[in-house]
Write a protein that binds this ligand. Structure first.
Ligand code: ADP
Length: 387
């Protein structure tokens, strides 16, 4: 034990500067635990005035190897706010000895949904039926074999439901078949709800999961998160954590991993999506858990001992503040929201208003789930001026 601790102390000594690629809200929320842990956090942002501007030390194009290499020289470790840095850029850094967490070999599976499905199939993990399709005949055959309807996905670059389409015939997807081949087609799961299992894994293999949560989507975007997932049996909780552990180990993920899942009427859990970074389904953990996903991501990336993932209260509810329209500004309603909902923890991301954009979130922690939900919704309605 002593030797391990000495090793970890040395590792920490030489890795105090964390570099985050991407200046979004995830980088912004990593900044605070980085400061608390005594780390130096530096962010490579795409634009000036990004959500993570307080920690931005460079503005540049993350697809340009020269830019990323220059940034990497100023830090001891690279991690991410998003999954879009080209693998070739990351592989070049790794070849030059830069510590990239999660490594490119893991991120490859988060960047390409077809590769992810293929790897999870090899690992024997539960998923919707799926296939790779390039031709109308292949797509039509899959649709016919799955009750006349399927979900078609572009393998690369989708987010918040963009790049996901319900199809009843290949005629619904001629544009995609022409533009992107191959495509991922999946059976349309008639799920009873969507769940997310948040976890973290260190390079040394240590793994810890948070309690399973329920995510509620509106128009393909996460709207609310309930922690823990209401009414989940101990068997479901254990199965979800085991699935995340198998994914994390099987794909050699380091840092935070979110596994989005469908729960079916007969209680099965099917993996939908993976994210290898802090995730919207884990924002509740800032106030709701002993260790937040942002702190844990840093600890895991640095190969340091992981923090306790227990809830500090019986329940936590997180609500996303999604922009209502382009003029929507929280500021005029801020004082009211603070005054009327003192238990609501309000997070803003410093973004210009735009309809549907994730502008911030609210978390309420309580032993009473219904009260927490009502408080969070009440504060959101005031801030978004919808009450
Ligand atoms: P994104 O990467 O854009 O978030 P997802 O793959 O998570 O895309 O899909 C977005 C949403 O579409 C999911 O949250 C779910 O509601 C729905 N969806 C995706 N795949 C399926 C499926 N196989 N069956 C039923 N619904 C699905």
């Amino acid at each position: 034990m002593t030797n391990l601790r000495e090793y970890e102390s040395k590792a920490l000594d030489s890795k105090l500067r964390v570099g985050v690629i991407g200046g979004g809200q995830l980088a912004r929320m990593m900044t605070i635990p980085a400061i608390n842990l005594g780390l130096t956090i530096k962010v490579l942002s795409e634009t000036h005035g990004s959500s993570a501007s307080a920690a931005t030390t460079m503005v540049g194009d993350y697809t340009n190897i020269e830019v990323v290499r220059e940034f990497a020289k100023t830090v001891d470790l690279i991690t991410f706010d998003h999954e879009h840095v080209p693998l070739a850029v990351l592989q070049a850094l790794e070849a030059e000895g830069v510590s990239v967490q999660p490594p490119s070999k893991a991120l490859a599976f988060a960047q390409n949904k077809l590769d992810m499905r293929a790897r999870l199939s090899e690992l024997g993990l539960p998923m919707p039926d799926w296939a790779e399709v390039s031709r109308t005949s292949e797509l039509d055959a899959f649709i016919e074999a799955h009750g006349g309807v399927a979900i078609l996905k572009t393998p690369i670059g989708g987010y918040d439901g963009k790049g996901v389409r319900v199809v009843r015939s290949s005629a619904d997807a001629l544009d995609w078949l022409a533009d992107f081949t191959p495509l991922l087609v999946e059976e349309k799961v008639s799920f009873v709800r969507e769940l997310a299992q948040l976890s973290a894994r260190r390079p040394n293999g240590d793994f810890l999961a948070w309690p399973l949560v329920q995510t509620v989507q509106k128009d393909g975007v996460c709207a609310e998160v309930l922690a823990p997932a209401p009414g989940a049996s101990s068997e479901t909780l254990a199965t979800a954590a085991q699935i995340a552990k198998s994914v994390a180990a099987g794909l050699e993920v380091t840092g935070v991993l979110a596994v989005e899942m469908f729960e079916t009427a007969d209680g099965r859990l099917l993996i939908n999506e993976l994210a290898m970074r802090p995730h919207n389904s884990g924002h509740f953990s800032i106030e709701g858990s002993v260790t937040s996903q942002f702190e844990q991501h840093l600890r895991a990336a640095l190969d340091l001992p992981l923090g306790d993932t227990s809830l500090v209260s019986e329940h936590a509810v997180m609500i996303n503040l999604l922009g209502v329209d382009d003029d929507n500004d929280f500021l005029p309603h801020y004082v009211n929201a603070l005054a009327e909902h003192p238990a609501a923890k309000i997070h803003t991301y410093g973004k210009a208003a735009r309809a549907g954009r994730k502008m911030g979130h609210i978390t309420v922690v309580s032993d009473d789930a219904n009260w927490a939900l009502a408080e969070a919704r009440g504060a959101a309605e005031i801030l978004l001026n919808r009450q």
